[in-house]
Design a protein around this ligand. Structure first.
Ligand SMILES: *Cc1c(COP(=O)(O)O)cnc(C)c1O
Length: 858
C-alpha cells in the first residue's frame, strides 16, 4: 500500500484546547511472521531495531523514551506517554494524551520490511476518550482511526474489522480494530487484560503527586503497593513532575504496565497485562488487587483471548470464568467474537461501597454468548418529533440520554442525534417497515413522511474516508438540504458545495467556515457573488469569460477554479452540455483571468450525476493535469487544487463496488498529482451521501380494481407524487422501487398479487409513478414505502395543486444490525486497483467511448 499518503481528512479540524489530560490510552499491537533463517539467524526480529529507528517511530507518534529495561524475552521502554514493548515478532505500543500513535505504523512497517518480517496481525484498542475534541488526526473519531488503519492492514486476509463494545448509552465503550492473516489461528490460548479506571480515590491518587520532584518511581511503586501486585516481576518505574506515574514490569515473556494521571477531575489509571495464564494468576484476585491500589469509582476491563485450544473448552481456566470483584457491581457486559478464534469480553463496573459483594454477575468468556445483544430488533424509542413536529428545543439545551455516547460518535454527534430524536432501530428493511407502521399508527399519520437513517451517513462517510483518503468531500447541498444530513456531515468534517445564497446561509448557520465552503456554481447571480464575498467565501468556479468579468467586479479577491468539461456520456444526468469549458477554450480563459488579476487556484470537473464509469474520473483527472501544465507554461501561477466533482454512487444503489471505483480514482490521482506535488484534491459528492439515507413512506388514499383483457388489475393513489418527491422520475431519471405495508399482515402469497399502477395525488395524468408492478391487494390506509429516496427528491419538489412538498415530515432513526450492539461492526476493505483496464469498468453499465482508459495511459 502507498504509505506516505498526504492530506488527511479531518486534519482540517483544528485541535481544540483541552480541559484536562486524556488518560485513556490508545494501544497498538502488531505481530509479524519470522524472517527467513538466513536473514535473521539469531531470531532477533524487531529486537534488532536500532534505537534511532525506535526514536524516529516514536517521534511520529509524538512521544519519547524515558526509561528502559529488558530480559531474554523482550525489551521494555517507559515512554513520556506510556509504554513500548518490543518482542522479536511483536510490538506493543501504548500511548495516552493527544499522541498520534497510528502515525508510528508506516515507520514500523518500513523497519520491519527491512528486517524481512512479514505482517501477520494487528490489533488496535482503546476506551472512550474523555476529551474527544482534543484528539488530533487520525484520532478525531473511531471511523477516522479505522480508515487510517485500513490503509495499512485492510489487505490482510481477514480484512479489517472494527467493533465498538459496550452500552452505547453509557461511558465508556471499548473500541477494537483487528486484521489478521486468514485462518491464522494461534495454537496457544493467550490473554490480554486491559483495565481503565476513572475517578480514583483522592487519597490513593495523592501518592502519585511529586510537586517537589523528590519522589522516585520506586518510591511510588512501594507506597502504592504496586510491587505486591506481581511480586515476581521485574519493574521499571518512572515518576513524572509535578505528578503522574508509569511502570512496565516483566516476568519471562509476560508483561504488565500501569499508568496514572492523578489530577482530580480527570483522574485515570490503567493496568494492562499480557502473557500470564491461569496457571500463573487468578483473574479475580488480580483485578481485586489492582482496584485496591487505586479504588476507582468506576472501571472497565476488556479481556481478550486469542487462539482457540484444541479441546474447545476453556471453562476450567480462571480467566474464563465470571468474576465478581468485591466492592463493585457490574453494570454492563458484552462479548464479541473476533476473527481467527479470538474473543473479547468487555465489562464496566462501578463502586458499590467498599466491602459489599457484587450484586450482578458479569458475563464470562463462554457463558451466555447470546446475552450480548443490547439493541434488539424493533426496540425503538418513542419518537417525539412526530407529535411536536416543528417544536424542537434549541440544540444547545439538549441533553442526551439515548445518545449520551462519546468516543466514536463524539459528544457533539451524540447531542445532534438526540436533537433529531433519532430512534434506534434494526438494520433490515423489515425494521424500517416496522418503524413506519408503528409511527404511522402512533401518530395517526396521514401525510407521506420520510424516514432518515443517520447511520447510513456515517457508513458512507467511513467508506469515503477509507477509500478516498486524499479526497476531501464537499457535500453538494442541492442534492438534499435536510438539516440533520447537513449537520451530521458538518460534524464529521465534510465541507460543502453551495450554488446559491440560500444554500450558503444553510451551511453557515451550521457553523461551516469559509474554508469549508466552495461556491461551485460556474454561473452565479451578481447578488449571490457579493453575499459570498462578504462572508469570506472566496473559492468559486467559472467556465466563461463573462463570469470572470462578474467576479472581477463583485469579488475581485476571489480564488477561482476553472471548471472543465469531462463528461461520462453514460451518466444518469450528464451536465456537459451546460457546464464546463472545452479544453481548447482554457488557454484564453486563463489569459483573461491573468489580465484581470484574478487568482486561478485550480481545476474542477463533474463527470455527470450518477456516473457510470470510473474511467470518466480518470479522464477528468488527466485533463486537469493538462490544465496545470498549460497554466505553468503561461508563467507563475497559483494552481494548487483539483476538484473531481460529484457523480459518485453508493454500492447499494448501483450494485457496483465503490471501493473498486475509488481505487481507480486513487490510481489516477497518484499518477497525475502525486502527493509530493502538494496539490489538494477535493470532491463534491451529493448522491453518495444522501441517496440511501432516506426512505419515503406514502399512504394509499384511493384504490380501484379493474379488469383489463380478463386480468384483474389494481390502481392506487398515494399522497406524494411526481410534483413532489417523485420529481426524480422526470429530473433525475430515477427508477423507483417500492414495498407494500398492509395494516393487517406483513406477508402475502403469490396467489393474491395483481399487476398494479401507482398514481400520485395531483390531477395530472403525468402524475403516475409506477405501472404494472405486482403488489398484494391494498386498501385505503395501507402504506407504500420507497427506499433510497434521498437524492434529488425533496429538494426539487413543488407545491403544485396544493400538495406542498415542504409539509412532509422527516423522522430520524439510527439503524444498527440486530445482533451487534456495537452499531459499528462494519467491515469494508480498501481495494487497490491493478493495471488491467478491465478494472476501470466496474462502474460500467455500457461502453464508454470518448474517454477510454487506454487514451489516458499514453
Ligand atoms: C449537482 C452537483 C454535484 C453533486 O452531484 P452528485 O451526482 O449528486 O454527486 C456536485 N458538484 C456540482 C457542481 C453539482 O452541480
Amino acid at each position: 500500500m502507498g504509505v506516505s499518503v498526504a492530506p488527511e481528512p479531518g486534519s482540517v479540524m483544528e485541535v481544540k484546547s483541552c480541559p484536562g489530560f486524556e488518560g485513556f490510552e490508545k494501544r497498538l499491537e502488531v505481530e509479524f511472521h519470522p524472517a527467513p533463517i538466513f536473514t535473521d539467524p539469531e531470531g532477533k526480529g524487531l529486537r534488532g531495531l536500532a534505537r534511532v529507528e525506535l526514536d524516529s517511530m516514536l517521534d511520529a507518534a509524538k512521544c519519547t523514551i524515558v526509561a528502559y529495561v529488558s530480559n531474554e524475552e523482550f525489551d521494555s521502554y517507559v515512554l513520556s506517554e506510556s509504554s513500548l514493548l518490543v518482542y522479536p515478532l511483536k510490538m506493543v505500543l501504548k500511548t495516552c494524551g493527544t499522541t498520534q500513535i497510528l502515525k508510528a505504523i508506516p515507520h514500523l512497517l518500513e523497519f520491519a520490511g527491512a528486517l524481512s518480517l512479514r505482517l501477520r496481525r494487528c490489533k488496535y484498542t482503546r476506551g472512550t476518550f474523555m476529551f474527544p475534541a482534543a484528539q488530533p488526526f487520525p484520532h478525531g473519531s473511531f471511523h477516522e482511526e479505522v480508515g487510517y488503519l485500513e490503509r495499512y492492514f485492510g489487505h490482510l486476509g481477514s480484512g479489517g474489522k472494527a467493533y465498538v463494545m459496550g452500552n452505547m448509552a453509557k461511558f465508556p465503550n471499548w473500541h477494537i480494530y483487528t486484521a489478521a492473516d486468514e485462518n491464522d489461528f494461534m495454537s496457544e490460548r493467550t490473554y490480554t487484560l486491559e483495565m481503565c479506571m476513572t475517578k480514583l480515590d483522592q487519597v490513593k491518587a495523592t501518592q502519585f503527586f511529586n510537586a517537589d520532584g523528590t519522589k522516585s518511581g520506586a518510591d511510588m511503586t512501594e507506597a502504592a503497593g504496586i510491587n505486591s501486585l506481581l511480586p515476581n516481576s521485574k519493574i521499571c518505574d518512572f515518576s513524572f513532575e509535578p505528578c503522574g506515574y508509569s511502570m512496565n514490569s516483566m516476568e519471562g515473556a509476560a508483561h504488565s504496565t500501569i499508568h496514572v494521571t492523578p489530577e482530580d477531575g480527570f483522574s485515570f489509571a490503567s493496568f494492562e497485562t499480557m502473557g500470564y495464564g491461569s496457571g500463573d494468576l487468578d483473574l479475580q484476585s488480580l483485578v481485586e488487587k489492582v482496584t485496591s491500589v487505586f479504588r476507582p469509582a468506576c472501571f472497565s476491563m476488556c479481556l481478550f483471548a486469542a487462539g482457540s485450544a484444541e479441546n474447545g473448552s476453556h471453562s476450567s481456566s480462571s480467566w474464563e470464568r465470571s468474576i465478581r470483584p468485591s466492592g463493585y457491581v457490574c453494570d454492563g457486559t458484552s462479548r464479541q467474537e473476533l476473527p481467527c478464534g479470538s474473543v473479547a469480553v468487555f465489562h464496566t463496573f462501578k463502586d458499590c461501597g467498599y466491602g459489599t459483594v457484587a450484586a450482578v454477575q458479569p458475563l464470562a468468556l463462554f457463558q451466555n454468548p447470546e446475552h450480548h445483544v443490547i439493541i434488539s430488533e424493533n426496540n425503538y424509542v418513542p419518537n417525539k418529533s412526530v407529535h411536536g413536529k416543528y417544536s424542537r428545543q434549541p440544540l444547545s439545551t439538549v441533553t442526551s440520554s439515548v445518545w449520551n455516547v462519546d468516543g466514536l460518535l463524539g459528544g457533539e454527534m451524540a447531542k445532534l442525534f438526540a436533537y433529531y430524536d433519532a430512534a434506534v432501530i434494526g438494520s433490515t428493511s423489515k425494521d424500517t417497515d416496522a418503524f413506519v407502521r408503528k409511527t404511522a399508527a402512533d401518530a395517526c399519520m396521514e401525510s407521506a413522511f420520510y424516514v432518515m437513517d443517520l447511520a447510513s451517513v456515517l457508513t458512507q462517510w467511513k467508506l469515503w474516508v477509507a477509500c478516498l483518503p486524499r479526497v476531501k468531500p464537499f457535500y453538494a447541498v442541492k442534492c438534499n438540504a435536510d438539516g440533520a444530513l447537513l449537520a451530521t456531515l458538518h460534524k464529521l468534517g465534510a465541507g460543502f458545495d453551495v450554488a446559491s445564497t440560500a444554500e450558503l446561509n444553510a451551511v453557515m448557520d451550521l457553523g461551516a467556515v469559509p474554508d469549508d465552503i466552495i461556491f461551485a456554481n460556474p454561473c452565479k447571480l451578481p447578488t449571490h457573488i457579493v453575499k459570498a464575498g462578504k462572508n469570506g467565501v472566496l473559492c468559486t468556479t467559472f467556465d466563461s469569460e463573462s463570469e470572470l468579468y462578474k467576479l472581477k467586479e463583485y469579488m475581485p479577491n476571489a480564488e477561482v477554479i476553472l471548471r472543465i468539461k469531462a463528461d461520462d456520456p453514460n451518466a444518469r444526468c450528464p451536465l456537459g452540455s451546460k457546464y464546463g469549458a472545452e479544453l481548447e477554450e482554457c488557454e484564453e480563459l486563463l489569459a483573461v483571468a491573468k489580465e484581470l488579476a484574478l487568482k486561478v487556484v485550480g481545476v474542477a470537473f463533474h463527470v455527470g450525476s450518477g456516473a457510470s464509469d470510473a474511467r470518466a474520473f480518470a479522464h477528468g483527472i488527466a485533463c486537469a493535469k493538462h490544465i496545470f501544465e498549460l497554466a505553468a507554461s503561461m508563467g507563475p501561477n497559483d494552481m494548487k487544487l483539483v476538484d473531481i466533482g460529484g457523480g459518485f454512487v453508493s454500492s447499494a444503489s448501483s450494485g457496483v463496488d465503490f471501493a473498486l471505483a475509488a481505487a481507480a480514482i486513487n490510481k489516477a490521482i497518484d499518477r497525475y498529482f502525486p502527493a509530493s506535488m502538494g496539490v489538494t484534491v477535493i470532491a463534491e459528492p451529493g448522491r453518495f451521501f444522501a441517496e440511501d439515507a432516506f426512505t419515503l413512506a406514502t399512504n394509499v388514499f384511493g384504490t380501484r380494481m379493474r379488469k383489463k383483457a380478463g386480468i384483474k388489475q389494481a390502481e392506487y393513489w398515494v399522497n406524494d407524487g411526481i410534483y413532489g418527491s417523485m420529481n426524480c422520475l422526470l429530473y433525475d431519471h430515477a427508477v423507483l422501487s417500492v414495498r407494500a405495508l398492509r395494516q393487517a399482515d406483513a406477508e402475502w402469497g403469490e396467489e393474491n398479487v395483481y399487476p398494479s399502477t401507482i398514481f400520485g395525488p395531483t390531477c395530472d395524468g403525468l402524475d403516475t409513478l409506477m405501472r404494472d408492478i405486482y403488489l398484494p391487494q391494498l386498501q385505503c390506509g395501507d402504506w407504500l414505502v420507497f427506499p433510497r429516496m434521498g437524492a434529488y427528491t425533496k429538494s426539487a419538489g413543488s407545491t403544485f395543486n396544493g400538495f406542498d412538498i415542504r409539509d412532509l415530515p422527516t423522522l430520524y432513526v439510527y439503524s444498527c444490525s440486530e445482533n451487534d450492539y456495537s452499531c459499528f461492526d462494519h467491515d469494508f476493505s480498501v481495494v487497490e486497483g491493478n493495471d488491467s483496464s478491465e478494472e476501470y469498468s466496474i462502474f460500467s453499465f455500457g461502453n464508454i467511448s470518448s474517454s477510454s482508459s487506454s487514451d489516458d495511459e499514453q
